[in-house]
Write a protein that binds this ligand. Structure first.
Ligand code: ZN
Length: 261
């Protein structure tokens, strides 16, 4: 786990190799080699913030997606393991997303509500037409904002989640998730309560809150101003990230977002 306090790490992966640049050390990890025929994808993985093991999640994401798609990765491991007020440095420039083919938002910063900061995130996607994946705590990031720009971009509005439980997932009949195991139950996870589904969202999977029997989307695709957004609220702990079905869901979402389903 990351240590608390102000810190920043940034990892850059080239050619299927992972170089994690820490403050004082570097680590090389061999990744699986994907098929060589596809054009390479430049992906930014923002894996940052509180309450979750973002180092482990980054590694799982890179290995799962990297085995299916040839990717040059830039990974932003930023923020604080305990803080919820971090303005991630990756968003420092207005054109922060321009050089990438996809941005994966796996971040957790609930108490940043500055409209200008949030709009610098969403406008970069709109301006550069860069697709996105939004994962788990991304849906509870910028939660204190009074403007809806982030929530509209995600495609859902959520502010609370259930206690963790084994969540039975019901897939929608959709090509993106077709063939995934019909009886999949998460090992243990949080179910995010969805207040609102925004126009342009197509749910891919739902799950039921055991407390009141309300069903909520847990995976979806969204198109907003020509930008593709794949979202899933699942992914709290390592038991979910280590689950091969969850990893396949991430791969399917990544492929759809870059237009290579
Ligand atoms: Zn969580």
């Amino acid at each position: 786990m990351a240590r608390p306090g102000g810190w920043e790490r940034r990892a850059v992966i080239r050619g299927g190799r992972l170089a994690v640049l820490l403050l004082t050390a570097s680590v090389m990890v061999a990744a699986q080699q994907p098929p060589a025929a596809e054009p390479r994808v430049k992906a930014l993985l923002i894996s940052a913030g509180a309450f979750h093991d973002y180092l482990h999640q980054s590694r799982v994401f890179v290995e799962a997606v990297g085995a299916a798609v040839p990717v040059d990765w830039t990974i932003a491991l930023q923020g604080s393991a305990r803080g919820t007020t971090t303005r991630y440095p990756i968003y420092g420039r207005p054109d922060w997303a321009a050089e990438f083919d996809i941005v994966v938002h796996n971040e957790c910063s609930a108490d940043v509500g500055d409209p200008a900061f949030i709009r610098r995130i969403t406008e970069a996607h709109r301006t550069s037409r860069v697709p996105a994946m939004v994962v788990h705590c991304a849906m509870h990031s910028y939660r204190s904002a009074t403007v809806d720009d982030w929530r509209e971009f995600l495609g859902v509005t959520s502010r609370v989640h259930t206690p963790q439980f084994r969540i039975p997932v019901q897939w929608v009949d959709d090509p993106i998730v077709r063939g995934l195991p019909a009886d999949w139950t998460t090992p243990m996870d949080e179910l995010y309560v969805i207040e609102k589904v925004w126009p342009g969202v197509r749910p891919l999977a739902t799950a039921v809150d055991y407390r009141d029997q309300q069903a909520y989307p847990v995976a979806w695709v969204h198109e907003i101003d020509g930008v593709r957004v794949f979202g899933t609220t699942l992914g709290h702990g390592s038991v979910t990230w280590d689950d091969p079905v969850y990893q396949q869901l991430l791969v399917r979402g990544f492929r759809w977002a870059i237009g290579r389903p």
